[in-house]
Write a protein that binds this ligand. Sequence first.
Ligand SMILES: [Zn+2]
Ligand SMILES: [Zn+2]
Ligand SMILES: [Zn+2]
Length: 366
Amino acid sequence: MRAFSCPICQRLVTFESDRCLHCGAAMAFDPATRGLVALDFGTVAVADAATQAVEGRERCANAVLVGCNWLAPPEATPEGESPALCASCALTRTRPADDDAEGLERLAGAERQKRRLHFELLELGLPIANGQREEGGLIFDLLSSANEPVTTGHADGVITMDLAEEDDAHREAMREQLNERYRTVLGHLRHEVGHYYWTVLVGAAGDEERLARARELFGDDREDYGEALDRHYAEGAPEGWQEQHVSAYATMHPAEDWAETFAHYLHLWDALQTAASYRVSVAGPAHVTDPSGTFAGRVADPVVGRFPEALEQWLPLSYALNALNRSLGNEDLYPFVLAPPIVEKLAFVDRAVAAAAGAPTADAAA
Ligand SMILES: [Zn+2]
Ligand SMILES: [Zn+2]
Ligand SMILES: [Zn+2]
């Protein structure tokens, strides 16, 4: 995620901000420019607000319902009609009913994470195909299992998510039960869109070489899924899975290995971009062993197609982040170890993303 400042007073605000805590300016996130813009309505506390405001633009129709801080599309809203949904909210096909207060509260949390996901997909240059189901774009069914059974999953671009995952107690119980080190709503979303991008980037990309390489790295995606599922839940992950897989769940089936790896790629890319945006410097072991050294390891912006280089900055950064968390009595922020085969899989994901985004890869540059 990038760091953002108030368009009026320049103080730090966040991706989620709809108002500056310092000067009171009303603001919204504009997905077209991927920046926060001041709005010419609401309580704008400074005189020059109007000059910097986006004229005639309105907040997403979900601004009140789920606290969405994105702008409605630039097409002017016809007089007397309510504004449209933003690019992110428009991808939600099904949501809890208006009288389901608990469901809507959880929806607000899930939509917040989904906007973060959406932003990253835009930053990576990945195709999203907003709401155009006939063209096979992404679409979300965000459902509450309080009323009916819901299985979080993916089918041909349709992401279904159980909003019960927004409940901390439920999610933590599931994490314990499944012996996972990491379980978040954002992680679920990243995993499920990973299945969608398997098709887009590899399965249906028409690049035989890439598909063959993917099957070498992740295994054959045509392996029987039902059998794999039964085996996984009967026997669990094989001994030593950490040497090859980013999570125990990734051992279940090649499709899950890809989705887990893809989700992890999005985690790391976002974290590195955030560190770079806030100008985080981590001197790492070089500094600890040689305190007089002048090493200034400012984290650089990750570049699509050159992810292995970015990853080299991740190790000292993750050590520092884990050390900070331990200082505050928390568990490690990053409880993963990236064995070489996992790094190779992450690099493959990166090259596939770069190909889709038209970005040069390290291979092409070398
Ligand atoms: Zn401000
Ligand atoms: Zn919205
Ligand atoms: Zn999956």
